[in-house]
Design a protein around this ligand. Structure first.
Ligand SMILES: [Zn+2]
Length: 277
């Protein structure tokens, strides 16, 4: 007889298998529209060394996941003819200023930061992509389109936020949060090599497709064929205050009424623990 817990594990496992199975097939259809074969991409694996990333007590170290995805991305992009520079290629600490300095020493490059998210609420999950300068929006939009479209996680949108590495870089710069390591399902995915490879391939597809972003009204992934719709974004420089407010209220409410699900913004504060990634 299956206990509830067994059933849950089986369910999770079969979801994972189904997902990983379908994951590898969809790529051929998405035309790569690589414009500049000599484009340099500076890949920034978040955290490293003494900076583990995530929140205190987090089981899966963010710094290991980001490095692995970054190294996979390096291989995928290099195979597509890109010149790739890594801000770190091992488990070392690099300051935010150091990362920006590397990025800014390649004036025609693109800057892609890899992170995973964390929150105190285990149920918090999803993919979000950040940019700051307007010039970075097409790249953010394209990367988010592929990563969020290919992931089993929910789509938390493209967001504008002044992270140091996005604000201080002079080149198109994007920070992608590849899911929550504090969410058991997303952490289980992140710990499989096939999923991390998939993330790398989706990010690379976004880099290749960055010039194909349109302002089409549709936001669904499949509708427009070769064109990548402009992803709607949330300007958090404007909404941060009200979300914080709402977060407090929803917390109070949830202690009264335990079973109700909290509104989507409620983990904003905890998620932004990942400051500067
Ligand atoms: Zn991070």
């Amino acid at each position: 007889m299956l206990t509830n817990s067994h059933r849950h594990h089986l369910f999770t496992a079969s979801l994972l298998m189904a997902f990983l199975g379908t994951f590898s097939t969809a790529h051929a259809k998405r035309a790569s529209q690589d414009s500049g074969s000599a484009t340099t991409v500076v890949i920034d694996a978040g955290h490293g060394g003494h900076d583990r990333g995530g929140i205190p007590g987090q089981r899966v170290a963010e710094k290991d996941m980001t490095l692995d995805v970054a190294q996979r991305l390096k291989r995928v992009l290099a195979a597509s003819g890109y010149r790739v520079v890594m801000t770190r290629d091992s488990d070392v600490f690099v300051s935010l200023g150091g990362r920006v300095a590397i990025a800014n020493s390649y004036p025609n490059a693109l800057f892609v930061c890899i992170h995973f998210n964390s929150a105190n609420r285990m149920g918090a999950g999803g993919i979000e992509t950040y940019f700051y300068s307007r010039d970075s929006l097409p790249l953010a939009s394209a990367i988010h389109y592929f990563v969020a479209g290919g992931a089993p996680s929910s789509n938390r949108g493209v967001r504008r936020r002044g992270y140091y590495v996005l604000r201080k870089t002079n080149i198109p710069a994007v920070l992608v949060e590849c899911g929550f390591l504090t969410n058991p399902t997303e952490a289980a995915y992140a710990q499989t090599t096939s999923y991390r490879q998939k993330l790398a391939e989706e990010i690379a597809a976004g880099v290749r497709g960055r010039n194909s972003v349109t302002s089409a009204l549709t936001t669904t992934r499949v509708a427009t064929g070769e064109n990548i719709p402009l992803q709607p974004y949330i300007d958090q420089t404007k909404v941060a205050k009200s979300e914080r407010h709402r977060s407090k209220r929803s917390h109070k409410k949830s202690t009264r009424k335990k079973s109700s699900s909290k509104p989507a913004g409620s983990e904003t504060k905890a998620a932004s623990k990942d400051q500067e990634g």
